[in-house]
Design a protein around this ligand. Structure first.
Ligand code: EZ4
Ligand code: CO
Length: 412
């Protein structure tokens, strides 16, 4: 079974997505997600200009060999653009192999280890009242675990809070909780870590008071703290029993997490911007984290993420696969097959896509009563409607960035 055709499809139904479609000489097709939020066209070019010519006439069954070939033959290793491109090829080949086998992909990964995949949703509010409404609305939709993001007094726009959607200029331009904005330049947000550190524990105290001790609560620090600040926050949040504190500090320097870990028992999740197992080497081996946040889409696909998660499993570290709306339904479906099959599953992030996206990417995965399931169709269970995709050309969009009160650029 040979790869006969490889097409890179860029479409922007509700936001930009990059999809690789492979077709074999048997007429089987496979899809892979290559979406890198705010840098989509670079991955599309990496694929079209440099990878597609290498795929034609390759044996579609040789997934591991193709992965190693793309990783090693490029000479220039790692990085988000390269690894997103490799991920797209990898997932498309797994989709094809599973279709050829007549099985849903999770069967090829070892079969189901559980009945359903616990998902968490994103609740947010500029104020505590707005946050409570958002948590209730997520519970009504079925969510059994909730990420809590909130406004901070004195700061205007802030990561994870859906405030801008209601302002006139931004209406309909972005998802409720999704930061990327369709605009020629990145939006500027403001930040003050000391205000945030003072305010956040009071929010979690209020949420626990209102919703009780059982509801799993998560929070994303989005890379803004120094290690000692992160340690302080972890300690301050201990009474509120978080499921995890995510990206408490930038983790290019993995050793920084030692300091955080020494000071707090709040579980730590890291890795949505990582792209290989090497980014986790110290974090996993020294048990400095509790959850691996990588997406299938940004970590070289099923082949690589499965290896990272098996490494993590030896240290009782679990999965918490990244699943914001900038992961396409193809990338989400791939994650769900892996979630269902692995033993050390933790939780899956899940935000619903918009109507146009769902019409463009037909999906078999389901969300019922707080649990996701990839469905039982052969392959990954997602098909791309090219007519729909063709209606929505790429639109320039950027993630925002942060400045401190004195104008200094800060981590976003
Ligand atoms: O900001 O995916 O945990 N989720 C996140 C996301 C990221 C976006 C960036 O593209 O941090 O909302
Ligand atoms: Co995050």
């Amino acid at each position: 079974m040979k790869i006969e055709r490889a097409e890179v499809i860029v479409t922007s139904p509700d936001r930009n997505f990059v999809t690789l479609k492979l077709t074999t000489d048997d007429g089987l097709t496979g899809l892979g997600d290559a979406t890198l939020n705010g840098r989509e066209l670079s991955v599309a070019s990496y694929l079209s200009d440099h990878v597609v010519p290498l795929l034609i006439n390759r044996d579609a069954h040789r997934i591991e060999d193709t992965w190693q070939f793309l990783y090693r033959s490029a000479y220039w290793r790692r990085g988000p653009v390269t690894m997103a491109a490799i991920a797209a090829v990898d997932v498309a080949l797994w989709d094809i192999k599973a279709k050829a086998a007549g099985m849903p992909l999770y069967q090829l990964l070892g079969g189901a280890s559980r009945n359903g995949i616990l998902a968490y949703g994103h609740a947010s509010g500029a104020t505590t009242e707005g946050l409570f409404d958002s948590i209730r609305s997520h519970q009504e939709q079925g969510y059994r675990a909730i990420r809590v993001q909130t406004g901070v007094p004195g700061l205007n726009a802030i990561y994870g809070v859906a405030a801008n959607r209601t302002t006139e200029g931004n209406k309909g331009k972005r998802y409720d909780y999704e930061p990327a904005q369709r605009a020629a330049l990145p939006a500027e947000e403001d930040w003050d870590t000391r205000s945030y550190l003072r305010h956040l524990p009071t929010v979690f105290e209020a949420v626990r008071g209102e919703f009780g001790p059982e509801l799993p609560l998560l929070h994303d620090g989005h890379h803004r703290m120094t290690p000692i600040q992160a340690a302080k926050l972890g300690k301050a949040l201990e009474p509120y029993d978080l499921f995890w504190l995510e990206d408490c500090t930038p983790a290019e320097n993995q050793e920084a997490l030692r300091l955080v870990r020494q000071h707090t028992t709040t579980p730590l999740a890291i890795g949505e911007i990582f792209n290989t197992v090497w980014d986790y080497q110290t974090l996993i081996r020294e048990q400095l984290i509790d959850y691996v946040r990588s997406a299938v889409t940004h970590t070289g696909g099923i082949t690589q993420l499965k290896k990272i998660l098996e490494f993590a499993a030896q240290y009782q570290i679990k999965s918490g696969i990244h699943g914001p709306t900038d992961i396409s339904p193809v990338g989400m479906a791939a994650a769900l097959h892996l979630d269902l099959a692995i033993h050390n599953f933790g939780i899956q992030e899940y935000m619903k896509h918009g109507e146009k996206t769902n019409a463009t990417f037909q999906q078999t995965f389901t969300f019922d009563d707080g649990y996701l399931h990839p469905g039982d169709q052969p392959g990954i269970g997602v098909e791309l409607d090219l007519d729909e995709a063709g209606k929505y050309p790429y639109q320039t969009a950027y993630l925002p960035f942060n400045r401190l009160a004195d104008g200094t650029v800060h981590d976003w």
